[in-house]
Design a protein around this ligand. Structure first.
Ligand code: DUC
Ligand code: ZN
Ligand code: ZN
Length: 463
C-alpha cells in the first residue's frame, strides 16, 4: 500500500514548508516538491496543513476508579482520539497495592488487545514499592514502559510517601526512566475536605474549594526537591495553577530537569465561568487538580509560550454524568474525578491558541506531538514528519468550523466539558502508520490494529 499526499503545507515543530509526502507501507519514504510517483491512494492537501499525528501522553481508558470505571475503553477512546487527529496515546496501567507491576502491565495489555485503533504506550502507576520489588521498575523499562506515575494525593488509596518517591526517583536516575508526579499535598487536602463535609458543604464546587493552589505548589516544590536530591528528572502531570507553575519555573531557572504538562480544561475553563451552575451540573467539571480561578489561564498560556510547560495532554478520564458522576450527589468526595477530553485537544489548542495568537503553529505541533514523543521516548519514530518515520499524519483543515457537542462527539460521555464552544480547524484525514483511519468524519480503522509502542527512555531525544 502506498499513499501520496500532494500540495500540502507541512508543519512540524521546526519547519513550515510546501511539499509532497510519499508513504510506503507504514513509513514516510520520500518528501519533495511536486513528486511524480505512482501511488495506490493520492490525497490532495491543497489549502490544508499536513501535520504529525497528535500524541496524548495522559489518558485513562477502561480504568477502575472510585467504585466505577472510565467509560471509554481502548476501542472507543482511541477512536475518539483519532477523530480529533491524535494517533498515539500513552495510557496509565495501575499497580495496585500488594500486586506486581508485571500483573498490571499484563492487565493493561489485555485491555488494549483487539481494541486499540491507534498506537499506544503505557506508563506504570506505582502505589506500593517494597525494596524487594524495586527492580520491577527495570523490568518495566525493558518492556518499554519507561515512565512511572506516583501520587502525592489520595491518602490510603494511591498516595505514596516521600521515601517511596525518593526511592523511585533514585531508580529512574539509574535507568533513564521518568517519574511523572501527581503533585498535590494529599494529607492537608484531606483535613480541609473533612472539615468541609463536617460543615455540610457537600456540593460539587467544594471539590474545587477544598484543594488550594498552595497544596499543589507545595507538592510540586517537594517533588522537584526530591528529584534534585535523587539526581533525576521529574515531570509534573496536569499542572493547573500559577503557584505550581512558578515552582517549575524556579527549578528550570536553576537548570534542573523539571518538566510539566497542562491540559485544555485548565487553559479554557474556570471556577467563575464553568462552576456554580444549578443543581449537580458542576460535577461535570470535577477533576483533580480542580478548576482554578480564571486569572490562572493567562499564566498557563505564558508558561506554554516560555517553555516552562512543555506538553499539553488531556488527562482524559471520562465518566458519564448519569449514574457515574451522580454517585457523588450529596457528597462531593464520591464524585469520580475526571473529565472527557481525548477528542478535542488539537482543535482547542489550534482554535483557542494559534488562531488567538497565543502560540505559533510550530509550537502547537511541539506541544501536542513532538514534545510528548521526545519526553516519552518515541522520537523521532513519532512526533514529526521526516523520512523513515512512522506515517502518522493528519491532514488538517484550518478553515473547518464546527461546534463541540456531546451530541456529535465520539467519546463515551453523555456530556462535553466544552459544550457549545465554536471551533475553527479540524482533522480531515487521519493516517496511522500509513493507513487512513479517519476520512471526512468516517472512521475506517479496525479495532486491534493499534500497536503497543515499546518506548525508549526519556533522555534519548533531548540530548
Ligand atoms: N489524576 C489523574 O491524573 N487522573 C484522574 C484522577 C487524578 O487524580
Ligand atoms: Zn493525577
Ligand atoms: Zn490522569
Amino acid at each position: 500500500m502506498s499513499t501520496l499526499i500532494k500540495n500540502g503545507r507541512i508543519i512540524t515543530a521546526e519547519q513550515d514548508y510546501f511539499a509532497d509526502i510519499y508513504i510506503e507501507k507504514e513509513e514516510i519514504t520520500t518528501i519533495g516538491k511536486d513528486l511524480k510517483i505512482d501511488a495506490d491512494i493520492v490525497i490532495d492537501a491543497k489549502d490544508k496543513y499536513v501535520i504529525p499525528g497528535g500524541i496524548d501522553a495522559h489518558t485513562h481508558l477502561d480504568m477502575p476508579f472510585a467504585g466505577t470505571k472510565t467509560c471509554d475503553d481502548f476501542e472507543s477512546g482511541t477512536r475518539a482520539a483519532a477523530y480529533g487527529g491524535t494517533t498515539c496515546i500513552v495510557d496509565f496501567a495501575i499497580q495496585t497495592k500488594g500486586n506486581k507491576m508485571r500483573e498490571a502491565l499484563d492487565t493493561w495489555w489485555a485491555k488494549a488487545e483487539g481494541k486499540a485503533t491507534t498506537d499506544y504506550g503505557l506508563h506504570m502507576i506505582i502505589t506500593d514499592l517494597p525494596d524487594a520489588d524495586i527492580e520491577d521498575m527495570s523490568d518495566m523499562v525493558k518492556e518499554g514502559v519507561t515512565s512511572f506515575k506516583l501520587f502525592m494525593a489520595y491518602p490510603g488509596v494511591l498516595m505514596v510517601d516521600d521515601a517511596t518517591i525518593f526511592k523511585a526517583l533514585k531508580h529512574t536516575s539509574k535507568t533513564g526512566a521518568l517519574v511523572c508526579m501527581h503533585a498535590e499535598n494529599g494529607d492537608v487536602i484531606d483535613v480541609i475536605v473533612q472539615q468541609a463535609l463536617a460543615e455540610g458543604k457537600t456540593a460539587p464546587i467544594y471539590h474545587a474549594l477544598t484543594r488550594p493552589t498552595t497544596a499543589e505548589a507545595e507538592a510540586v516544590n517537594r517533588a522537584i526537591a526530591l528529584a534534585e536530591m535523587a539526581d533525576a528528572p521529574i515531570y509534573i502531570v496536569h499542572l493547573s495553577s500559577n503557584d505550581a507553575l512558578e515552582k517549575v519555573a524556579e527549578a528550570r531557572d536553576k537548570g534542573l530537569p523539571a518538566y510539566a504538562e497542562t491540559c485544555p480544561q485548565y487553559l479554557f475553563l474556570s471556577i467563575e465561568d464553568d462552576m456554580n451552575k444549578p443543581g449537580f451540573e458542576d460535577a461535570k467539571v470535577v477533576f483533580t487538580p480542580p478548576l482554578r480561578e480564571k486569572w490562572h489561564q493567562d499564566k498557563l498560556w505564558a508558561g506554554l509560550k516560555k517553555n516552562t510547560l512543555q506538553i499539553v495532554s488531556t488527562d482524559h478520564c471520562p465518566f458519564c454524568f448519569k449514574e457515574q458522576k451522580e454517585l457523588g450527589i450529596g457528597d462531593f468526595t464520591k464524585i469520580p474525578n475526571g473529565g472527557p477530553g481525548i477528542e478535542h485537544r488539537l482543535q482547542l489548542l489550534f482554535s483557542g491558541g494559534v488562531s488567538e495568537g497565543r502560540i505559533s503553529l510550530n509550537r502547537w505541533i511541539e506541544l501536542c506531538s513532538t514534545n510528548p514523543a521526545k519526553m516519552f521516548g518515541m522520537y523521532p519514530r513519532k512526533g514529526t514528519i521526516a523520512i523513515g518515520t512512522d506515517a502518522d499524519i493528519v491532514i488538517w483543515d484550518p478553515k473547518k468550523e464546527y461546534t463541540i457537542s456531546a451530541s456529535t462527539h465520539h467519546m463515551c460521555t453523555d456530556y462535553s466539558m466544552f459544550e457549545g464552544r465554536k471551533i475553527k480547524g479540524n482533522a480531515e484525514t487521519v493516517i496511522s502508520r500509513g493507513e487512513i483511519i479517519v476520512k471526512d468524519n468516517e472512521f475506517l480503522g479496525k479495532p486491534g490494529r493499534g500497536k503497543f509502542i515499546k518506548r525508549d527512555t526519556y533522555g534519548t531525544a533531548w540530548q
